[in-house]
Design a protein around this ligand. Structure first.
Ligand code: GAL
Length: 386
């Protein structure tokens, strides 16, 4: 009798687990992991490695203190992108009072992990702000591991581009212009001064600021760190060394004074596409998009990729990553965060299919969708109606 009851219980538990197996994305809804806990991987990025996806993101705790890093970077794994297995903390912050750059209470945002074929190491980059210093440090930092799931060991942080001018920077721009510091922000002269290196000059010796960031690995194996720099006014793209743990010194600006944050990048048919947000802190705003034939630019600005209701606030979210779906051609998932700074652990995830109309990346809201959308031939929205 006991045995039968036990078997019955096991079968019931298995049935519940089966029923809970997810078969679709539900943007903005709570997203339970294998233990039934809402995913805790904010500002995240994805790694596809040996048939498995790994999601890395900021582990948040309840209450406003959770906006700083109290724990570290959380990792989950999945075979289908819908069901996530908790792999625990991949990178842990150092204990309180340790004095380390990655001490508990620092700000650690937007972690991204890439695999380096030459070294066989997994390399994690993130935006780092030093404890108690607000957002003034503006650094980008790296940690490495022999396993995708960690533990990642801290290497160091950087201000990129120290002592290096960006690509195409004219010699005449290397010297400060008298009075440039007094120019009124957003005035035509100020725009011109920013485009001609106002902040690049200021930060030439210590290195350029690096806040919101992403990492992009190109088809040739070269990797790039793309980050908001120059007081969040201008994005920078900086080439990584072959081991992905440092900078080669080759870098360039993207959209000077364009005020872009939250960069996410993908490549399709040899072209680079960039989606960003504007700068309104935790509040959502309208996304922007850009296209370029070379990662070094020129980057042509396109339209807001979002369409339909709430397109003006990116469906109440902010971009963090664009995932090329493994094994499917031209299948990209736009990943974004719904920030809840009063209780950051509640932050939601908005994942939507990213489509293209010519060069224009396009997002449309879906309450529920699955990967089969990428198998259906696209009806051309440009098709003329009778
Ligand atoms: C957002 C940014 C987040 C975080 C936040 C802080 O704009 O994308 O990563 O830095 O500001 O206010």
């Amino acid at each position: 009798m006991k045995k039968i009851l036990l078997l019955g219980g096991l079968l019931a538990a298995a049935a519940v687990a089966q029923a809970q197996k997810r078969t679709a994305f539900e943007p903005g809804k709570p997203w339970p992991d294998n233990k039934g806990t809402h995913l805790n991987a904010h500002g995240g990025g994805l790694l596809y490695d040996k048939g498995r996806y790994y999601l890395f993101g900021e582990h948040k705790i309840a209450g406003p203190a959770g906006n700083a890093a109290q724990v570290g970077v959380h990792c989950y794994s999945s075979k289908d992108l819908y069901n996530w297995h908790d792999e625990g903390i991949a990178f842990a912050v150092d204990p309180d009072g340790s004095g380390s750059e990655v001490e508990k209470g620092c700000v650690l945002e937007r972690p991204k992990v890439v695999y380096n074929k030459q070294t066989g190491k997994y390399v994690m980059w993130f935006h780092l702000e030093l404890k108690g210093k607000g957002y003034e440090a503006a650094r980008t930092a790296v940690a490495v591991s022999d396993k995708a799931t960690g533990p990642y060991k801290y290497v160091r942080s950087y201000r990129p581009g120290a002592g290096q001018w960006p690509q195409g920077f004219q010699e005449a721009w290397q010297q400060p212009v008298p009075g440039e510091g007094d120019l009124k922000w957003w005035s035509p002269d100020w725009y011109k001064a920013v485009a001609q290196g106002l902040y690049v000059r200021r930060d030439f010796a210590p290195g350029q600021m690096a806040r919101d960031m992403t990492i992009f690995v190109d088809d040739d194996g070269k990797a790039y760190n793309i980050h908001s720099s120059e007081e969040n006014l201008t994005l920078h793209v900086a080439e990584l060394t072959p081991d992905y743990q440092g900078f080669t010194g080759k870098w360039n600006v993207i959209a000077p004074a364009g005020h872009n944050e939250a960069p996410a990048l993908c490549k399709k048919d040899g072209k680079y596409y960039l989606i960003t947000s504007g700068c309104t802190g935790w509040e959502p705003n309208a996304a922007r998009s850009f296209v370029a034939s070379s990662i070094w630019g020129p980057w042509q600005p396109l339209a807001n990729p979002a369409t339909g209701p709430q397109a003006n606030i990116t469906y109440n979210s902010q971009s963090t990553y664009i995932l090329p779906v493994a094994g499917k051609k031209d299948a990209f998932i736009f990943m974004a965060d719904r920030w809840t700074p009063k209780n950051p652990i509640d932050g939601g995830y908005v994942w939507l299919p990213l489509r293209f109309e010519g060069d224009q990346p396009r997002l449309t809201w879906a309450d529920r969708w699955d990967l089969s959308v990428f198998d259906q031939p696209r009806t051309k929205t440009t098709m003329a109606l009778p």
